[in-house]
Design a protein around this ligand. Structure first.
Ligand SMILES: *Cc1c(COP(=O)(O)O)cnc(C)c1O
Length: 374
């Protein structure tokens, strides 16, 4: 590949920080863990942060801490990464999908209340692609119906809505640090909350059910090993310290794309919604409504043939075979999600993508569009 879909941005400072841990005796549960958690909580503006080994683990522990289990329903979006729905199912609950808004690509506000039943325990909204539009309103609906909001902020580190940072809307929120996210720890995740009791439960669940401060071989609940090593935490501390620089670089890359693709009516180019400060996760354009899924797939192929990595974020979650089968979902259930999913093209996007590389990608995309007969 000439141009990759995503690339981590690791400087000598990260390498030095990791090396320092490797020269120490504290590879896990050492000083870097609380340091990373404190820095993260401070950046987002919550009282507590609990680091875990992935964003998926973070979401799953939120479900357990919120008491979600067998017989419960959790409302979420079908236009997301699979982990959002999987973690509801891992807790034994049922994901209840709500179709998306074609502009924000987040859950359509008008459709949320109709999905609430006597079994609904929580709403799990996602700031998809980093866009926090309408989050305050989702929280109002949850409050009205006394539902817990667990915020899947795994794509939105650094985004804000009307000056309020993403990760502060839910009772609990989660972030993820896989190498394609805004910051990486290799693998990793974070749970944020203002609630001390929920934070303590998560600390216990991630560490074999040990209570905070208890002895090594006393276990007060069924727990897991979802710890994040100090090696990962050291990497995270340096990455987080660079978040403003990272956010600015990504905004710049997004602007190159917006400028170079402007005015092409074959494409819907993403822009920041009103009141939103988007920390760009990916740059996903959509083909106009008159393109089919087959034509989109042909365009993906044509761009890949030029050694440029592109992807189809996201296929609808409700149509993943194991979910469709278990919950009886089928094509046509969520028409906006399905229509959007058929026409997305995720373009290469990372901190250090250069303007001339963005130009190469845009030229390849336009060439592929020119070659596509409608
Ligand atoms: C990345 C991501 C996660 C968590 O992913 P991990 O790979 O487990 O860290 C969860 N939800 C969404 C929406 C994501 O994009």
């Amino acid at each position: 590949m000439r141009i990759h879909l995503s690339r981590p941005d690791i400087t000598e400072a990260e390498i030095d920080a990791v090396t320092e841990v490797l020269r120490s005796p504290d590879l896990s549960l050492g000083p870097k863990l609380p340091e990373f958690e404190a820095a993260f909580a401070k950046y987002i503006g919550t009282n507590y942060a609990v680091a875990v080994n992935s964003g998926t683990s973070a979401l799953f522990l939120c479900m357990l801490a919120a008491g979600i289990g067998e017989g419960d329903e959790v409302i979420t979006t079908p236009f997301t990464f699979i982990a959002t729905a999987n973690t509801i199912m891992m807790a034994g609950a049922r994901p209840v999908f709500v179709d998306i808004d074609p502009e924000t690509l987040n859950m359509a506000l008008a459709k949320i209340e109709a999905a609430i039943t006597g079994k609904t325990k929580a709403i799990l909204p996602v700031e998809v692609f980093g866009n926090p539009a309408d989050f305050d309103k989702i929280c109002q609906i949850a409050e009205k119906h006394k539902l817990t909001v667990i915020e899947d902020s795994c794509e939105a580190l650094g985004s804000a809505l009307n000056g309020k940072k993403v990760g502060t809307f839910g009772k609990m929120s989660t972030f993820a640090f896989y190498p394609n996210k805004q910051i990486t720890t290799g693998e990793g995740g974070m749970i944020l909350t203002d609630d001390e009791e929920l934070a303590d439960i998560c600390v216990s669940l991630r560490n074999q059910g040990r209570a905070r401060g208890s002895t090594w071989l006393s276990h007060e609940r069924l727990g897991y090993n979802y710890r994040l090593s100090d090696i990962n935490c050291a990497l995270g501390i340096v990455q987080l310290s660079r978040i403003e620089e990272i956010k600015a670089n990504r905004k710049k890359v997004a602007q190159y794309y917006q400028q170079m693709l402007a005015g092409d009516d074959r494409l819907i180019v993403p822009a920041e919604s009103q009141g939103c400060d988007v920390s760009w996760f990916v740059f996903v354009v959509r083909l106009a409504e008159n393109y089919s899924r087959q034509q989109r797939d042909n365009i993906l192929q044509a761009v890949r043939a030029r050694e440029i990595q592109v992807s189809n974020y996201f296929p609808p979650v409700h149509l993943q075979p194991f979910i469709a089968e278990q919950f009886g979902c089928s094509e046509g259930d969520f028409p906006v999600t399905e229509s959007v999913s058929e026409r997305t093209i995720a373009l290469p996007f990372y901190n250090n993508l250069k303007e001339d590389e963005v130009a190469i990608v845009c030229e390849a995309l336009k060439q592929a569009l020119d070659e596509t007969r409608l």
